[in-house]
Design a protein around this ligand. Sequence first.
Ligand SMILES: [Zn+2]
Ligand SMILES: [Zn+2]
Length: 390
Amino acid sequence: MNPIEHIRRYQDQLAAWRRDFHAHPETGFEEHRTAALVAERLESWGIEVHRGIGRTGVVGVLRSGRGNRAVGLRADMDALDMPEANGFAHASTVPGKMHGCGHDGHTTMLLGAARYLAETGNFDGTVHLIFQPAEEGQGGAQAMIADGLFERFPCDTVYGLHNRPGMPVGHYGIREGAMMAGCAFFDLAIHGKGGHAARPEATVDPVVCGAQVISAWQSIVGRNVAPYDTAVISVTGFEAGTAYNVIPERVALRGTVRAFKTETMRLLEQRMRALAASIAAGFGATAELDFREITVPVVNSPEQTTLIADAAAAMVGEPHVDRARVAAMGSEDFSYMLAERPGAYILVGNGDGAGSCEVHNPGYDFNDAAIPYGAGILAAVVEKELPKPA
Ligand SMILES: [Zn+2]
Ligand SMILES: [Zn+2]
């Protein structure tokens, strides 16, 4: 049985639910309505439900047969703090909040997979249906892990997905190893000695010092990171004085750093710190760097990458599965689950029709036609990971 074709039977209901989630967006750790609806629907299919995991997270537990192995399937539920520009009937009813990343679709896809798996029971073992809060930079995955996710719901492997605008509906994309970058944010404060702009000799000018630091940092990717590796350092803010004729006491820089390896991220931090401190010292100023990890890289394990790509190819045909998808500099906190358990993260085509502009755009909309493909691949991976004894 092809799970995609089976799940199409629930398509009208799933699409209606997706539009309802879209109309009622909830941001990080406030997904109370969404979580309640998820829990209610899982229970209606006889699935054991655990609420309040990592604050607003929900975990459903579904067993079939006597197998000891368990698979975790994860979807994110949160929306973004951004106004929606769409005028369609299911547009956001909450001013300033929008499902601009398609997590309304991901939640629906996992519900579709749950219903299919509960109905067919065509697997041997346990499925943990992980509905995660606060993916958009607020640490929802870490919150669930800290709340004992993998101790209370042990998983041998974990799988997640994301919709991809521009990739045709019915297509999948994945790659082994690093698939998305790790991300850090930084703030640098440089303290000099303020004074009259016409008497620089009596000051330690933090503005000139800050400019030197920015230039020097741009040499890190070029000269310290190996050419076969990849990284980005972007300084996105430079706050200095407010008057034409005053050299300020202090300047503040901020920005973001991306890399595909944790070692590279550490190298970037170490070099940024060393250059800022030594340049500031050379100017007679001091520098303080606050470097904060936001997410680790998404790293797909080889075996699970092959397994999910094979499951996709069995449903839609090999030409519709890109197994060497180019890695993206964006980030995703499912990486923390992949750091705990082997697994894989796959992209599901969202098409290029109306609404399928880039995610986080005010005109974006999740494409309901992609629901059976997302739900189908989550269901298929369970059947492949936990086959029924012959
Ligand atoms: Zn997003
Ligand atoms: Zn997203």
